[in-house]
Design a protein around this ligand. Structure first.
Ligand code: BG6
Ligand code: MG
Length: 222
């Protein structure tokens, strides 16, 4: 059983809750273009790339590529407007303490996010110096649920994938981390029951308890 030497965090929904901003931006675009869209639809876009999100909004309708890209840009401009409100106070409960404990335990820390805005979000949260490697929506060609992003981040951290624990709030992210060969912690929501360990959030769990959980296991996903 390899030891745990790195923690890799999804960003949106794990470190901060930007899902509401994504929702407001998609809703505005959808209203402008007459596309049916709801908060519930937005829940299915967690962890899903911008392009794949718009494909889901279109529900099979096709657009010329230049129109498709213009709509993605418009949504992103609305999203960036909301990001201007983001401050370190928007870290989710327990995140600051959990990251401090993880660093003190000597773990390498990385981010694996589908977002092309990840660097900006991390900077606004005051966490730019916390993560040794940030894998974002530009890092790899195939986004979650493909394993590529977490393999890329583990490689950057110079740890074998099986020594990395991935923290995710989305089914697509847990799928990606499992496919990469990482251990998984699912946080909070429905759809992450296939993670090795499922927790409501990071608010109360000590880093030592996560490490003890994985130290006690004899197989990666068993
Ligand atoms: C993920 C979010 O982190 O990033 C998704 O959960 C979002 O909702 C995706 O679509 C891509 O984000 P961005 O910032 O590149 O549009
Ligand atoms: Mg997420």
């Amino acid at each position: 059983m390899p030891p745990i030497s790195a923690f890799i965090f999804d960003l949106d929904g794990v470190i901060t809750d930007t899902a509401e901003y994504h929702y407001l931006a998609w809703q505005r675009l959808a209203d402008e273009e007459g596309l049916p869209f709801s908060r519930e639809d937005n829940e299915h876009l967690r962890g899903v790339s911008r392009r794949d999100s718009l494909l889901r909004l279109l529900k099979g309708r096709t657009l010329p590529e230049d129109t498709f890209e213009a709509w993605m840009k418009r949504k992103n401009d609305y999203y960036l407007g909301h990001l201007e409100q983001l401050t370190p106070a928007d870290r989710l409960p327990g995140v600051t303490r959990f990251l401090e404990e993880a660093a003190a335990a000597g773990l390498k820390l990385g981010i694996g996010s589908a977002s092309k805005n990840a660097h900006q979000v991390i900077a606004r949260l005051g966490l730019a110096a916390t993560f040794a490697v940030i894998g974002d929506g530009y890092a790899v060609a195939h986004s979650k649920p493909a394993p590529d992003l977490f393999i890329w981040v583990a490689g950057g951290l110079q740890v074998p994938v099986e020594e990395a624990v991935v923290f995710e709030d989305a089914a697509a992210g847990v799928d990606a981390a499992r496919a990469a060969g990482c251990r998984t912690v699912g946080l909070g929501r429905a759809g992450i029951d296939h993670a090795d360990l499922v927790l409501p959030d990071l608010a109360t769990i000590p880093v030592a308890a996560v490490l003890a959980h994985f130290a006690a296991r004899t197989t990666t996903h068993g």
